[in-house]
Design a protein around this ligand. Structure first.
Ligand SMILES: Nc1nc2c(ncn2[C@@H]2O[C@H](COP(=O)(O)OP(=O)(O)OP(=O)(O)O)[C@@H](O)[C@H]2O)c(=O)[nH]1
Length: 510
């Protein structure tokens, strides 16, 4: 009994054609996902191949069958090329170097050219006859070197694709499920092809086109359902735009190749003006950006001011797989508040809040280093002074008036002393002044001037103890000497400056 298999076979092949075509359109629509482009072309090639085979099975003449075979090759010639490119792109997570698609597309196009001119040279196949089996038209042909070239290319592409997938499968466990689907999708038509060449099918049907149904399904799951790679470019685009900081992407020549909305706001430029522009020609950037080209650092931070705001620029070099730098990402962050906060904290840590002179901790921290530089040739002197009868000011005029008196002393000290002097509130109504490159005699002059100004302007006197470093003593010993001189100045009736050498008790004892 002759069973009519034609409707079933053509229906299945047309389903495979439509499914592949739909998958191709779907893939092309995911154009921001590099793999999807190659997947789209592959599905289109499969769709053409399936349509061609459906046509061949329903042909009625030798010429018709030949035409449909040529259509099949229009798809089949490119299937190996697109399979490799899709897998490579999936493996690299970016487009492969241009030379690879160029080479593969050349081989595929060569096969297609051979097929198109086959009628004259028969280098690919020679169609001998057609015969009907269960109403299906099956072609009898002998094959030539062009056909073998296509077979070798096809088999090599499958081997290469599977080895790439296997390597990927081993290295990134998270990708295992999608890779398994892609591997099954790639192997299915190959198995169909093996069935053909082993002649297992009594029907002599080519099962490969039908197996492409499985391929479409598996690729769709592997590439799109798991969303391992196609979601991340979309997410990255969103983050890029949603980032509340200006961001630039530069190529190796430091030209702007991409930027977000915040960046065009920052530079006050339209997209046309920013794209392709050399970043070193832009204002509102820190100096020295042209050095980037030679930068090997992982990440660099630069601080600068723009429009009276403090900015921090983070520069990230872009490398593909640990190779040489191919570009940079520049992320700008406005840090005015942070800089002001740090400034405030530094002031609080270093300054006395009442007088705005340095505090004791700061001066005691700096003194050892200054002392280490002191010698007979580069003298260093110290003035330790105390307000006379300060308690009386507090008691008579109140604590606030006492505070104001301390503030006024602070101002007077700042105006009277040279800029090289370091003045600190030592505690209560006591002040310490360090005078680098200053002898005890010069310090005494300054101390007397300070005392006179204080009496004249503020209406109270000071007692001051002065000492000069020998370059041998410790900080504590030096302060102790100044304190002894101050104590003596108090004892001798206040309102005076005494140097260590003028006091009765030996000063060096401390
Ligand atoms: N208003 C005010 N008073 C302070 C401050 N710190 C310390 N004092 C007061 O300063 C006074 C220091 O007094 P003393 O140094 O003991 O004595 P004096 O009255 O200055 O007398 P002599 O130093 O002996 O001349 C104390 O009454 C403290 O309470 C401050 O920050 N503000």
């Amino acid at each position: 009994m002759d069973i009519d298999l034609l409707p079933a076979a053509t229906t299945l092949l047309l389903i495979a054609t439509v499914v592949s075509l739909a998958s191709s359109i779907y893939a092309f629509r995911q154009h921001n996902y590099p793999v999807a482009i190659w997947c789209g072309w592959l599905m289109l090639a499969i769709s053409i191949y399936c349509a061609g085979y459906a046509g061949e099975l329903s042909s009625t003449t030798l010429q018709q069958a030949d035409n449909w075979i040529r259509l099949q090759f229009m798809g089949a010639a490119y299937i190996p090329c697109f399979v490799i490119l899709m897998t490579l792109c999936y493996r690299l997570q970016s487009q492969p170097p241009l030379v690879i698609p160029a080479l593969l597309l050349t081989v595929s196009s060569l096969i297609l050219v051979l097929v198109m001119g086959n009628a004259s040279h028969h280098l690919v196949y020679r169609l001998e006859s057609i015969h009907k089996v269960h109403q299906l038209t099956l072609s009898q042909f002998s094959i030539g070197p062009g056909y073998y070239l296509h077979l070798v290319y096809l088999n090599l592409s499958w081997v290469l694709t599977l080895s790439l997938l296997l390597q990927f499968y081993r290295t990134i466990p998270a990708y295992r499920k999608p890779i398994a689907f892609i591997a099954v999708g790639t192997t299915a038509p190959w198995l169909g092809y093996l069935v053909n060449i082993a002649n297992y099918s009594s029907l002599q049907l080519d099962f490969a086109p039908l197996c492409f149904l499985i391929t479409s399904f598996c690729y769709w799951i592997g590439l799109f359902k798991y969303r391992f790679a196609n979601l991340s470019p979309i997410a990255r685009d969103h983050i890029f735009e949603a980032l509340n900081k200006p961001l630039l992407v530069l190529n190796e020549q430091l030209q702007i190749v991409d930027f977000n909305r915040k960046a065009s706001d920052y530079f006050g430029c339209t997209a046309q003006r920013l794209l392709g522009k050399d970043v070193s020609q832009l204002a509102a950037l820190p100096n020295g950006l042209h050095h980037l080209r030679h930068s090997q650092n992982e990440m660099e931070l630069l601080e600068f001011t723009h429009n009276q705001q403090a900015w921090e620029l983070a520069i990230y070099p872009l490398r593909q797989q640990q190779q040489r730098i191919q570009g940079f990402i520049l992320v700008f962050q406005e840090v005015t508040e942070r800089v002001q906060l740090i400034e405030t904290l530094r002031t609080h840590a270093e300054r006395d809040t009442l007088t705005n002179l340095f505090n004791r901790r700061l001066l005691m921290g700096r003194l050892p280093a200054l002392l280490a530089e002191a010698s007979e040739q580069t003298p260093l002197s110290l003035i330790l002074f105390d307000v006379d009868h300060f308690k009386a000011i507090n008691d008579a005029q109140g604590h606030l008036a006492g505070d104001q008196a301390l503030i006024n002393i602070g101002r007077l000290v700042q105006h009277t002393l040279p800029t090289t002097a370091l003045a600190a509130r030592y505690g209560g109504d006591e002040f310490l002044i360090v005078l680098p490159r200053c002898t005890a005699a010069e310090a005494t002059q300054l101390a007397n001037m300070l005392n006179e100004q204080c009496q004249a302007r503020l209406g109270f006197s000071l007692s001051l103890g002065i000492t000069q470093s020998t370059g041998q003593e410790t900080t504590e010993q030096l302060i102790q000497r100044a304190d002894t001189a101050l104590y003596q100045a108090k004892s001798q009736g206040r309102a005076r400056a005494l140097t260590c050498s003028q006091v009765m008790t030996p000063c060096g004892a401390g």
